[in-house]
Design a protein. Structure first.
Ligand code: FES
Ligand code: FES
Lengths: 154, 221
């Protein structure tokens, strides 16, 4: 076991864990931040997406020891993020969500897309969001919500 | 085959050279040639020693290099299409991963979305700094994901319009990057078993690269 200092949503947290423990486990089990979801555990679904040093990252496959000093942003911080706030509001107004399980990962990926590509094309959306699976099939509404968010963000 | 300097010397030695000035000139030329011929090999520090490898030795060295380049640890990221490959069966990378404009994925699905700066053995995801695909100009496969023959890969690697403008020395340097070295330290799969590595050692690969570049990078026909 080792002690790690993590900066999560702007706050420094100390956790003691095996270095190989995935960041997702640390977030959910140690820090009790359960907004980030466990879907597959093998980088296949995107439910566990967080931003690590600004990069959308599958937290289920990143051992905590490899986080180092990169800041972590989770879904819990999106309400206070200028792009995240707009995306969440549009997600509600466009009624994107069905069961909701995949949606924190969808929003984290959508925010990353919009931050680097403010006016995404259909192809940009398909390629960037292609790794986020939704068993309820909300893909059409997700695409529409990303376009609406892009318009609102100007 | 003789280089132009060697041909000139052969001519001079075969002729009737008697004047002391000519002998002096010949000595200078001989010393220069000796140092040029001796410019062939390098020791560990990169100092030139020994004779330049022959074309045949260069071709043999290339085959060693090709045995590495055509190994899944290398060729899986030298694809001919918009995606990388995975594992020893070289299937298309799962999870809808795409190449993206710079070979590093796209905004929300980057290589770095999973691949970190070192192997993640507890989760089975390989990693090294600057994980990325080779550009399409450096594809070593055809459109059906079949590995190109040695001669075609060699032509691509030696074509400066395709290889990023790299000369021999720069190719040796490229083979010393962390990304290339990773092929010999590829970490564990997610079932805990070790990934396979190329058929020759890293040291043999670098020695072969040096020999091949010193032999002026010959390619098989
Ligand atoms: S839980 Fe991480 S990608 Fe599915
Ligand atoms: S909303 Fe149910 S899995 Fe996406």
């Amino acid at each position: 076991m080792e002690t790690f200092k993590l900066t999560v949503n702007g706050q420094v947290k100390e956790v003691t864990a095996d270095p190989g423990t995935p960041l997702l486990w640390v977030l959910r089990e140690d820090l009790k931040m359960t907004g980030t979801k466990y879907g597959c555990g093998i980088a296949a679904c995107g439910a566990c997406t967080v931003h690590l040093g600004g990069v959308p990252t599958r937290s289920c496959v990143v051992p905590v020891a490899l986080v180092r000093n990169r800041p972590i942003l989770t879904i819990e911080a999106m309400a206070d993020d200028p792009v995240g706030r707009v995306v969440q509001d549009v997600w509600v107004s466009e009624d994107v969500v069905q069961c909701g399980y995949c949606q924190s990962g969808q929003i984290m990926s959508a925010v990353a897309l919009l931050k680097s590509t403010p006016k995404p094309t259909d192809k940009d959306i398909e390629e960037s969001m292609g790794g986020n699976l939704c068993r309820c099939g909300t893909y059409v509404r997700i695409r529409q919500a990303i376009k609406t968010s892009a318009r609102q963000l100007g | 085959m003789m280089c132009s300097y060697e041909r000139k010397i052969g001519f001079a030695l075969g002729g009737q050279i008697v004047s002391p000035v000519k002998v002096g000139l010949l000595t200078i030329i001989l010393i220069s040639v000796a140092s040029l011929v001796g410019a062939g090999a390098r020791n560990q520090e990169g100092t030139r020693t020994g004779p330049r490898p022959s074309r045949a030795e260069g071709l043999a060295a290339w085959q060693q290099i090709y045995s590495v380049m055509s190994h899944p640890r290398c060729i899986n990221c030298h694809t001919a299409d918009g995606y990388p490959q995975q594992t020893d069966d070289r299937h298309r990378h799962l999870f809808n991963v795409v190449r993206g404009p710079e070979g590093k994925g796209v905004a929300a699905l980057q290589c770095a979305t999973c691949h970190q700066s070192s192997n993640a053995d507890s989760t089975g995801v390989p990693g090294v700094p600057d994980w990325h695909l080779a550009p399409l100009s450096m594809r070593w496969q055809d459109a059906n994901d079949k590995v190109l023959p040695s001669s075609a890969v060699c032509r691509t690697v030696t074509d400066r319009t395709k290889n990023g403008g790299l000369d021999g020395a720069a190719l040796v340097k490229h083979h010393q990057t962390e990304l290339v070295k990773w092929a010999w330290q590829p970490g564990l799969r997610n079932d805990g078993t070790a990934r396979s590595i190329p058929p020759i050692s890293y040291e043999q690969f670098i020695a072969a690269t040096r020999n091949w570049t010193q032999a002026r990078m010959p390619c098989p026909q």
